[in-house]
Design a protein around this ligand. Structure first.
Ligand code: ADP
Ligand code: ZN
Length: 434
């Protein structure tokens, strides 16, 4: 098992890497200006010409792009190549509004798979492995993305897609899956069904790791998954606009490696748009350095994270992003207090009596917002006396208040009450806008 997919690039000294980025950035601005009426207009309006971009620092001069630009130019108005060069289309799941269409040239698919091949290698997955791909196949980028990455490293892909959980578990046993890629919430469901079938992931399967992403999840959730199933749980990040799932942690589980020869990342203050220094949390902005069909310049993904630039213990020199707190628009404001579902998850998962399934319900009563945190408890706890349950409710309420300063109603519910998800879990039900 090689330690690196491409050691020369993955361990390239930071200064050299920056030079590569600078050269690619200069080529990129020229390319989009010449090939996309959208960018030409945007640059002209901002009074910027490709010649103004001479160094990496000049990236700041470039205007941002946002999801709305993709919507306004739906379906392919931001593409830089004619249809005959497009080998594939995907469309976003539309979590936050009208879906957007993305497209790839042959080389775009190759670069995307290369990014994943590096990531898979960095978590010790390769030729010997059997990867069960439980992300949805179809318009969603998760399934096909992981599939191509798997084939590139020479591992065996099982394209189960999501759903049909009992069959997934049978295949996991019969074909000896050593890794599974799916949303963390779907893996929780798989684990539950496994137990119902009288099987234990730790003892009755060969699974050694999970590649979990497409939705926010917390360190506390990672700990629980690892303890309960005996696997290593790795974080993977990406969005359809920048290709799909692209970047993973390495075995040190200390941030997600972003390949700097392919992508330039910044973190900005979401209010002012000003770049923030390393280590400060803000909104992730990505410039795709090598994409041909749909290059994006300073694309505001909307996810909140922190950049760590120092090289990782694994020897890779590329920058890392730390666990994603969520998107700016996942944030709910309850009586003036900002709450991210991930923060609530972190608090809940620190309380051993509660299980992994939860939901936030926000309602409006008159002029007041009301937050209810529904969380399942374990079978044993649920059969306890009512007075014990009430005590536990109080304990959860108090923990939420201490950590997040929110007062919400806590509702402990029976195991199996909260709907299970096959893909991205719906953690928030905001009835205020319904
Ligand atoms: P949509 O925008 O329609 O949901 P995508 O499938 O492209 O379509 O979703 C990408 C989004 O999913 C990211 O912007 C981010 O909010 C979320 N996401 C993906 N991976 C992770 C992860 N590992 N941790 C937290 N959030 C993630
Ligand atoms: Zn590393």
């Amino acid at each position: 098992m090689p330690e690196y997919w491409d050691p020369l690039i993955e361990r390239m000294p930071v200064e050299e890497l920056k030079k590569v980025q600078e050269d690619k950035l200069k080529q990129l601005v020229r390319y989009v200006y010449d090939h996309s009426p959208f960018y030409r207009k945007q640059f002209d309006e901002a009074g910027i010409s490709p010649d103004d971009i001479q160094s990496l620092a000049d990236v700041k001069k470039l205007p941002f792009t946002v999801k709305q630009d993709l919507r306004d130019t739906y379906p392919t108005g931001m593409f830089c190549v004619p249809q005959k060069q497009v080998v594939r289309y995907h469309a976003s799941s539309g979590t936050t509004g009208k879906p957007t269409v993305v497209g790839y040239t042959e080389n775009d698919v190759k670069e995307w798979s290369t990014s994943l091949a590096r990531g898979l290698t960095s978590i010790g997955v390769g030729r010997e492995d059997v990867i069960q791909v439980g992300y949805g196949y179809g318009l969603f980028t998760g399934g096909l993305g992981l599939h191509y990455g798997t084939e590139m490293v020479g591992a065996s892909a099982i394209p189960t897609s999501s759903g049909n959980t009992e069959r997934q578990i049978e295949l996991m046993q019969d074909l000896g899956s050593t890794a599974i890629a799916c949303t963390p919430s779907y893996f929780l469901h798989i684990n539950e069904v496994t137990k119902k079938m009288g099987i234990s992931i730790a003892n009755d399967t060969k699974l050694k790791c999970g590649i979990f992403g497409a939705e926010p999840w917390s360190e506390e959730m990672r700990r629980r998954i690892e303890e309960q199933t005996g696997i290593k749980a790795y974080d993977i990040f990406g969005t359809s606009e920048i290709s799909g799932p692209l970047f993973t942690e390495c075995t040190y589980q200390d941030g997600i490696h972003i390949w700097a020869d392919q992508f330039l990342i910044e973190v900005i203050d979401p209010m002012t748009g000003e770049p923030l220094p390393d280590g400060e949390r803000g909104e992730l902005v990505v410039t795709t350095l090598v994409k041909e069909a749909l290059p994006l310049i300073r694309y505001r993904i909307g996810d909140l994270t922190v950049i760590k630039s120092e090289p990782c213990k694994c020897g890779r020199t590329h920058p890392r992003i730390m666990r994603i707190l969520g998107r700016t628009d996942d944030m709910i404001i309850v009586r003036g207090i900002n709450v991210f579902p991930g923060q609530v998850e972190a608090v809940l998962m620190g309380i051993p009596e509660v299980a992994e399934h939860y939901q936030l319900i926000v309602e409006r009563e008159g002029e007041l917002d009301r937050l209810t945190v529904q969380v399942e408890v374990t079978e044993n706890v649920f059969s306890d006396k009512i007075s014990d349950l009430m005590k536990l409710e109080k304990k959860v309420g108090k923990a939420l208040h201490t950590v997040l300063n929110i007062t919400g109603k806590v509702e402990l519910v029976e195991p199996g009450t909260i709907p299970r998800s096959m893909g991205k879990a719906q953690r928030v039900i905001d009835k205020r806008n319904m």
